[in-house]
Design a protein around this ligand. Sequence first.
Ligand code: NAI
Length: 388
Amino acid sequence: MDNNTIVGVVGSGAMGSGIAQIAATAGHNVVLFDNSHDALQRASAGLNNIMKRLIAKGKLSEEDASAILGRITFADNMDQFGDCGIVIEAIVENIEVKKEVFKKLEWITEDDTILASNTSSLSIASIGAAVEKPERVIGIHFFNPAPLMPLVEIIPSLLTDPAITLASKELIDSWGKKTVLAKDTPGFIVNRVARPFYGEAIRMYEEGFADIATIDWAMKELGGFRMGPFELMDYIGNDVNYTVTETVFREFFYDPRYKPSFTQKRLSEAGLLGRKSGRGYYDYREGAENPNPTEDKELGENILWRILVMLINEAVDALYLNIASKEDLDLAMTKGVNYPKGLLAWADEKGIDKVLETLEKLQAEYGEDRYRPSPLLRKMNRENKTFF
Ligand code: NAI
């Protein structure tokens, strides 16, 4: 595939229109379809605005911007996908609706067209099951906002043809993205490994270990994370973040490590969704006052360390279970969610023995499986090895 390949995108919402923008910027002709006329119009207006902003910032010439927009066809029926070399689906996260769309795509496209899904939480195997040739179905998972986030997870299912995996990876690499290869398991890499960033922060808040402002302060000031967990949950939306947590928990057959919290469930039920609703953990309404952190270095270091060991344990366990390579695991967290360091490299730096010791203490103290150390962590410690 090269930039003569026509790229199809189904669903022109937040993700679909971002993916269309990336492909058109890379020189492809793009067919962008949505079954809602309003959504297509919003996407068209949105893309126009983005181009105007890029011109104003001096990042794009007027000529290039109009060439990019000129390469995008806003389609009102799926037949226009007939000549596409790849179609990327970014519609509502519902398996039945996705299956219907993939069945139609199989009919409309050529036999060798790659059929990709941008799903965050459904298995690629389950989507592939809808079509006669699941060999050509693959997960290509972008992050939000797609044009700005460099990471893309490539997820072959059990039945995906390795040639399709390679072609997909090469295509997305040619768009200037960093691709990582992930196994078809819940949350793929990022949405799995990142769970404790939210979960352990909420747990400490529930226990009264520290308040939200202090936890956010510690993660940013002492940990170097761009946003604190509570700020980030408010930004993502507590409804969205809660749903991901609950889905991952269920999909992992209720492994207590991923257990959701009542705190976030109640916020979501009460409509305290975060920035978008004006209130979440913090109050975003005009004139609202928010708590100040207790800038206690020792407390802050304890907060950071407890979240960090939980994150490291998740990354180590993902390596142990062959979800991805160690290089891809670290790349995913730095490029997909802007972590200041890869978690495995961080474990090497802090000492695997120290990470293990803390997890064992937590597990003994709480008696909960939530804190069980990965067998790989024990093995590495026994053999006195480092990840890199
Ligand atoms: P969205 O709600 O902004 O857009 C979805 C679009 O799909 C809507 O415009 C809707 O009209 C359209 N649509 C629904 N059913 C359709 C059908 N049968 N045929 C054609 N169009 C249809 O959703 P968003 O956020 O863009 O998410 C899309 C997909 O990307 C989901 O699978 C989601 O899990 C995934 N994703 C979302 C991320 C996010 O942060 N929003 C990040 C990564 C993946």
